[in-house]
Design a binder for this molecule. Structure first.
Ligand SMILES: NC(=O)c1ccc[n+]([C@@H]2O[C@H](COP(=O)([O-])OP(=O)(O)OC[C@H]3O[C@@H](n4cnc5c(N)ncnc54)[C@H](O)[C@@H]3O)[C@@H](O)[C@H]2O)c1
Length: 328
């Protein structure tokens, strides 16, 4: 197939592009390099079935041109991260809604299948666990608290996907749960695993926000990509899937594991959320996916245990730091 990947130089996107090429597809990668890096595509930049285009999904005419003769679009481009959400809400709202609307509007007349990268954040602060795709309620905070703008923008993107789906566009929504692995950059965007690993490798303090008893289900990138590619199956059309793993880890456990797996002497310290992200910032205590729908429909079975994924990720960061590529 001929496939367009927006945000293909990003963390998930670059692994996805590599795997699609391995499977024999032709891939066009579109990325504005706002958080992605061309270097993440080093191994495939000259692949005969791959073209990299430096540009934005906000550029309709470019997008229109790149979609020509494509069979599928993986729309991964997004403005994300806790810090962006809190400090740059307009960038988050416009960057997510305008780009997704462009992709869907331009894919629609051609009936080009769109696989859209959404997030577990759309479940908001629902306390009913595990999160199932067919929950009838989402629980989100106030609109004057920027913390909720990313979840709301992605939820509106999902509405757009299903509205076009009703009109006959083949579309699949994928809700990711804390993907991690090599190339997840951006300490400045509040992602916990890169931040902890970089601190551990430098023997600097590993700083936990809050009391560390909040938990997440960390999904290794290989499993994330497997689940995403499985959505090429027509059975996935007009459907939403949780793509994650159901192994629950608290942030305290994560910090200890990273410290021990990287043989670090880092001290573990604590910092109040309110000082990191401002008063009123709400962090979810728990977020656990119900992945039975993806298992049954897509034959998606995540297999990488946290320790194994962390070891592979730590090794990547070790090399990254050694070669002076630390992207802070
Ligand atoms: N990593 C996770 O755990 C996670 C969780 C939930 C959802 N997601 C979603 O998965 C997708 C990929 O996330 P990621 O973690 O790889 O983040 P990332 O920041 O590494 O990737 C996003 C990519 O999109 C690019 N980009 C941003 N705006 C663009 C635009 N207008 N045009 C072209 N490129 C643009 C960035 O340069 C970057 O390469 C995003 O849609 C994100 O919302 C990720």
């Amino acid at each position: 197939m001929r496939i367009l990947v927006t945000g293909g130089a990003g963390f998930i996107g670059s692994h996805l592009v590599e795997e699609l090429l391995k499977q024999g597809h032709t891939v066009i990668t579109l990325d504005d390099l706002s958080t992605g890096k061309k270097g993440y595509l080093n191994q495939i930049i000259h692949h005969h079935n791959h073209v990299f285009v430096h540009g934005s999904a906000l550029d309709r005419s470019l997008l229109n041109e790149l979609m020509e003769n494509c069979d599928v679009i993986f729309h991964m481009a997004a403005v994300l991260g806790v810090k962006n959400t809190v400090d740059h809400p307009l960038k988050v709202i416009e960057g997510n809604i305008d780009a997704t609307r462009n992709v869907l509007e331009l894919a629609f007349p051609r009936k080009t299948k769109v696989i859209f990268a959404s997030t577990s954040e759309v479940y908001g602060k629902n306390e009913q666990l595990p999160f199932s795709e067919d929950f009838s309620n989402r629980v989100l905070g106030s609109t004057n608290t920027h913390r909720w703008c990313y979840a709301t923008a992605k939820a509106l993107d999902e509405h757009l996907c299903f509205a076009y789906g009703d009109k006959g566009l083949p579309v699949t929504v994928v809700r990711y749960f804390n993907a991690y692995g090599p190339r997840q950059n951006g300490t400045q965007y509040g992602q916990v695993i890169p931040k902890f690993i970089k601190a551990a490798l430098k023997n600097e303090p590993i700083t936990i926000y809050g009391d560390g008893e909040q938990s997440r289900c960390f999904t290794f990138i290989e499993d994330t990509v497997k689940g995403t590619i499985a959505c090429l199956d027509p059975k996935a059309n007009q459907q939403v899937f949780n793509i994650g793993i159901d192994q629950v880890t608290t942030i305290n456990e994560l910090a200890l594991k990273i410290k021990s797996l990287s043989h670090s002497s880092s001290e573990i310290t604590y910092f109040p959320y309110s000082e990191a992200y401002g008063q009123g910032y709400e962090d979810m205590q728990k977020r656990v996916p119900n992945i039975s729908k993806a298992k049954q429909t897509l034959n998606y079975h995540p297999t990488v245990k946290l320790e194994d994924g962390l070891l592979r990720t730590i090794e990547w960061y070790r090399q990254d730091l050694k070669h002076g590529r630390d992207d802070g």
